[in-house]
Design a protein around this ligand. Sequence first.
Ligand SMILES: [Zn+2]
Length: 562
Amino acid sequence: MRTVFTAVFLVFSFVSTAQYNLPEDYFDDPLQVPLALAGTFGELRSNHFHSGLDLKTQQREGLPIHSSAEGFISRINISHYGYGKALYVQHPNGFTTVYAHLKNFSPRIEKYIKDLQYKKESFEIEVFPSAEELPVERGELIASSGNTGGSGGPHLHFEIRDEQQRPMNPLMFGIEIKDTRAPLVDGFYVYPQGEDAHVNGSAKRQKLRLIPQNDGSYKTEEINACGDIGFGVSTIDQQDAAYNRNGVFRIEASANGDKIFQANFEKFSFAETRHLNQLIDYGYYTENNRRIQKLFIEPSNPLSIYGPVKNEGYLHIKDSLSYDYVVKVTDFSGNERIVRVPIEGKFEQNITPKEDKTTQYFVPTNEPTLFEDKGIDVYIPKNSLYKDIYLDITFEDEKIKLHEDIIPIHSSITIGFDVSKYKPEDREQLFIAELNKWGKPNYSTTYKDGDRFTTKTRTFGTYTLASDLKAPTVTPVNFRDGQWISNNKDLKVKISDDLSGIKSYRATVNGKFILMEYEYKQNLLTHDFSDGVVNETENHLKIEVVDNVGNTTIFESTFFRK
Ligand SMILES: [Zn+2]
């Protein structure tokens, strides 16, 4: 009953996947339901490109998942966040498939994992089994689908990686997704580049009106421009089977028929994924929650997704000449949407300048910078930012307003607070918090070294000292103290912490470790009695929960089973 991904591959091979010489019918559909995508490869996400396909699982968990091809389980990662419960299968042809946000595993794999979890006394584990330990057949049931880790709803996250563990677009391996709808373009922008460039008398970014044409394409209003200008597009693709706003496959641009830009979502490496913040207009994104993809490449941008590009994608507009700029957005099935921009070269004397504010806090990218005032210091290592910038910083008492989250930070900067005025015993519950936009403090991993606390961050914003005085709460869900619960298949408790957040938890019954799975989205700890470790009639449960500053709650209860 398995569907093999072959059919449309030859038809659509024009999408230039030929350069990779990929196997066309090697990988099977890991699910047995009609394929619908909640996410495509290369889709723009927060600080990263999406590394696989999100396959919809009919809004539920527990769908059988089959190994896409023969091989062996080469990595198992069980984590509270991120991929949640994830399996990696290495195949003899060098590729690895990845299955994430799983609910549970086939009995053989489940036993392997549970044995390790009990041995390490931890729900979170990572292990790299050898080829002999857990071999799998093509199509073998390996897991059931779930919603674990950082997943916003039931689905299977599926990846195909090459030998260097670079994720590749699984659609290039012949997965058939019905898609007759062309990508949507819902915003188009022009960016004058440099001091002298201008568009319609202004050096600022401008949104261009999209005028629908009869053939489904768009034309923008004509613009007058001079100097180097670049463009940006806000675009998504939808397949036939789902409403999800997914990513597109390719974006190309030409000027007067000459190809000048191409971006392809075929493959990338995890090392470059954060540079997504250079592909998008980051400030526009954090302010409007919509991503404009820039069709030009700035100097510090090392992304490998670009095809042939001329003049970094910029158009050099000369006075009195006309230009026809055309953008083509394509999905994997070859449906395309075209936007034409008519441009007249026109030099203008008086232009509205960009509003580049200067401050006393200048950060050159190519050297480290330190700012310090009122017992607070900020250290910005070289190349943490993508370009030289003037930051807006306000030092207050125990609080620093460190610019705004409108400029991307590539690698961590360090913020330090002098805490010498606090008594040592009061420092224990003290931590560094980032204030969210509603002013609520979020714990930022705090390193405590005597009189100085530090934290590392990759987000501009407001940071402050805060104290967490309350220990976590632990509340039983499906039992009461002293109760007989012979018919329960599991034991559930809710855990939560009001301020600094949960750091760790540990549960025992009659002094013996029991595995509890933590689902942070529901604040839930669950022990499954089928683990077979709770065998006595009278059981003393003890759960110790610690928050991020070390406040500890010990919950104790007795239950009976036979
Ligand atoms: Zn995903």
